[in-house]
Design a protein around this ligand. Structure first.
Ligand code: C2E
Ligand code: MG
Ligand code: MG
Length: 742
């Protein structure tokens, strides 16, 4: 069956089907191509992502790892994504070192939709090693609902950068905190300096301005004090030449005017043909100030601000060296203030101190330019003249001039507040050249000379004299010997007869003799004055009194000699001793002697002492029957008034008048006067040092009745004296009698 309409419809249908099929086929081809293209693109992107050096991931909102590229797998310590994905269960808890870090990450992500460069410290997931990362991420949301589906993002390891930054921060902190300043200089082959680096601390320390000016080394060097600049360059040059560590101290003046002591040290490093100095500078002003203070304390007298002994010794050492080199002379004045101790004791130390300060000022003002004044002890000052002249004489003249100026200045009255002090000083002068042995020797010589000035009566200067020093040394040794002589019984009494006008030996003068084991006999002229100066006279006087009284007791025990009197010489110094009278009284009792036969001889010095006390003592002894004789009469201070007050029994006409009695009318007149005076005052008179019969004859005509001298006998040992005393006839003129008996 055929249907015309049906046929057309069927054809249309078929055509439509064919068209549809064609469309379907072509569409499917299109989509297939599109799909293939998309798959290719996807694979390409996957591969691109796989090979990126940054880690790329996708993670679930609840913290699981959905995907990770190779870089991220590696970052987490895994071999493959397949190994890693199941291992990561909770990114927040397992990955971040700081637990709250994931929450912070999510907070930013959700509020902003993305996070950029979020830096965290995390664990490398597999190895748990701590590393630093920086991540960026976004939230992927459902297109329609906007519901967050997952996160995707990138991760970059920045451990090295963080470490470097931390180190840098650490150093920056260190550099900013250390008290000094760091610097780097580069010294080019041409010798020029270039600043490579100044730390903040350096700018602060030195005041060198920051910026362009700082690269100019001159900005710093121009701060250095001109007087320290040479030393600065010299030390730098030396270290540079020897390529050695530089360490130098110098001063700078800061731009604000403040002065600072710096210590700079630097180590050199060769860089190409340049040398780079890596250094550090610090402020040592405090230490320097302390050093200066310490030096001041060590070298200066805090009261007068003059150099002290130590400083003087240093200076003198240099002066000696210079005189040695130049062949010229120097001089030293040793100044000791007279009676300083009594001012200090009576007026107090404040006045004493004020006086010392004035002395220091006057000395400094009166010495010549270039002379140095020092205070080397309580009241001891020194003036050192570096260059006193070319010759000994010239130098001595210059030193004398200064010594005179010093004495003149110090003798002017001093006023300390209400106290006026009339002072003086004793000055010892020594001139030296380069041949002088040592500094302390020079000082000692000046000291010795000063003592001589003092001994000469103060307010004087004396020049060091080696001969005088030798004499003093001899005296010193003699003094030591005398001390042992007193203890060792080397002292003996000899006796010189005194005869009356009948030629009878009626008495004897005890004269001391010292038999020194090495030097032999030493006469009293040499050791009595020494004993008086050194204070040994009391001990010595006691020896004489003991021996004298023992001898007198012996004479009195023998009827043949019981009439003899004994004269003993008494030093005024030992008579002034309060113990003298009781001591003599004890001896008299002990030896049971008739004290009326004892005569004490004083020289006229006794008149110069405290006459009242002397007279009182004499009167006390007089009560015991003791007699007194005034020795060497006519040579000293005797005044008739005193002579009358003191209970003398006898005067001894000094031997010097007797010596020339025959030739000099003056002496004769004097002897005559003395005899007349003695007669008037009821005193006996003895002529000393009678050596010739003519002298005796003349003395007799003048009225003298008692004689002593070599004409009769020198001083004799005790037994010899006794022989003579016993054998002596008792009539006729003395000389005649002696001649007959000889
Ligand atoms: P002096 O008391 O005037 O003693 C007389 C001195 O003259 C003695 O010297 C004696 O030896 C010496 N002489 C005696 N006859 C002559 C003479 O004819 N011509 C000359 N040129 N000289 C004569 P000596 O013994 O050396 O004593 C010197 C002085 O030492 C004494 O002078 C006396 O002041 C002192 N002295 C002696 N012995 C002692 C003593 O025991 N104690 C004290 N304190 N002083 C004493
Ligand atoms: Mg005498
Ligand atoms: Mg005499």
């Amino acid at each position: 069956m055929s249907f015309p309409g049906l046929g057309a419809a069927t054809g249309l249908l078929a055509a439509s089907i064919l068209l549809l099929v064609a469309i379907l086929v072509s569409t499917s081809h299109y989509y297939r191509r599109r799909w293939i293209e998309a798959a290719d693109e996807h694979r390409n992107s996957r591969e691109l992502i796989e090979h990126l050096s940054e880690g790329i991931y996708r993670s679930s909102i609840d913290g699981r790892q959905l995907s990770a590229n190779r870089a991220l797998v590696k970052l987490n310590g895994y071999q493959s994504e397949a190994e890693m994905l199941p291992a990561v269960r909770d990114i927040g808890g397992e990955w971040y070192v700081e637990p709250g870090r994931r929450d912070e990450f999510r907070r930013i992500l959700h509020s902003q939709g993305h996070v950029e460069d979020f830096v965290s410290e995390i664990y490398r997931h597999k190895t748990r090693e701590r590393i630093w990362i920086s991540e960026s991420a976004r939230v992927v949301r459902h297109k329609r609902t906007g519901k967050p589906l997952y996160y995707e993002g990138s991760v970059r390891e920045i451990t090295e950068t963080v470490k470097r930054l931390k180190l840098e921060e650490h150093y920056q902190k260190l550099i900013s905190q250390i008290p000094g300043g760091l610097f780097q200089y580069c010294r080019g082959a041409d010798g020029s300096f270039q600043v490579l680096y100044y730390s903040d601390g350096f700018h602060k320390l030195t005041g060198v301005p920051r910026g362009a000016e700082a690269s100019d080394a001159g900005a710093f060097t121009k701060l250095i004090l001109p007087e320290d600049l040479d030393g600065y360059y010299q030390s730098l040059r030396e270290c540079h030449r020897e390529f050695k560590y530089w360490d130098h101290e110098f001063r700078i003046r800061m731009p604000d005017g403040a002065e600072k002591w710096l210590r700079a040290s630097a180590a050199p490093e060769r860089v190409g043909n340049t040398i780079v100095w890596h250094g550090y500078a610090s402020d040592i002003s405090l230490r320097k100030r302390q050093e200066i203070k310490i030096k001041e304390l060590a070298y200066f007298d805090p009261l007068t601000h003059l150099p002290n002994r130590r400083a003087l010794l240093d200076r003198l050492g240099e002066t000696l060296k210079r005189t040695q080199e130049s062949g010229r002379r120097g001089a030293l004045l040793f100044i000791d203030l007279d009676n300083f101790k009594s001012l200090n004791d009576s007026q107090g130390h404040d006045v004493g101190d004020a006086y010392l300060v004035q002395v220091a000022q006057r000395l400094s003002a009166c010495v010549e330019d270039g002379d140095h004044v020092a205070r080397i002890g309580g009241d001891e000052f020194v003036v050192c003249i570096d260059d006193a002249g070319a010759t000994e004489a010239e130098a001595a003249q210059r030193a004398d001039r200064t010594a005179e100026a010093v004495l003149r200045e110090l003798a002017r009255p001093h006023r300390m507040g209400a106290v006026e002090h009339q002072a003086s000083a004793s000055v010892g002068v020594v001139v030296f050249d380069g041949n002088e042995p040592r500094v302390d020797e020079v000082l000692k010589r000046a000291d010795i000379a000063m003592y001589r000035a003092k001994a000469s009566g103060r307010n004087a200067f004396a020049v060091f004299d080696p001969a005088a020093t030798r004499r003093e040394q001899d005296q010193f040794r003699l003094h030591a010997d005398l001390r042992s002589a007193i203890a060792g019984d080397q002292l003996q009494l000899h006796f010189q007869p005194q005869v009356d006008h009948f030629g009878r030996i009626v008495s004897a003068e005890a004269l001391l003799r010292w038999y020194h084991p090495v030097k032999g006999l030493i006469t009293p002229d040499r050791f009595i004055p020494l004993a008086e100066r050194s204070g040994l006279i009391n001990d010595l006087g006691r020896v004489v009194l003991a021996k004298g009284l023992a001898t007198l007791a012996g004479w009195q025990a023998d009827p043949d000699t019981a009439h003899l009197r004994l004269s003993i010489n008494i030093s005024v110094k030992s008579f002034g001793n309060p113990d003298f009278v009781p001591h003599l009284r004890r001896l008299i009792d002990e030896h049971r002697v008739d004290a009326s036969k004892l005569m004490l001889e004083f020289t006229e010095h006794v008149m110069a002492e405290n006459q009242d006390a002397t007279a009182e003592r004499m009167h006390k002894l007089k009560e015991l029957g003791i007699c007194f004789s005034l020795d060497d009469f006519g040579t000293g201070y005797s005044s008739l008034a005193y002579l009358r007050q003191m209970p003398f029994d006898e005067v001894k006409i000094d031997g010097s008048f007797v010596a020339d009695i025959e030739t000099k009318e003056n002496d004769r007149a004097l002897v005559r006067t003395i005899l007349a005076m003695a007669d008037t005052l009821g005193l006996a008179a003895v002529a000393e040092h009678v050596e010739t019969p003519q002298q005796e004859a003349l003395l007799r005509t003048l009225g003298c009745r008692m004689f002593q001298g070599y004409l009769y006998a020198p001083s004799l040992p005790a037994d010899e004296f006794l022989l003579r005393a016993k054998a002596m006839p008792s009539l006729g003129p003395a000389a005649e009698v002696l001649r007959r008996s000889a």
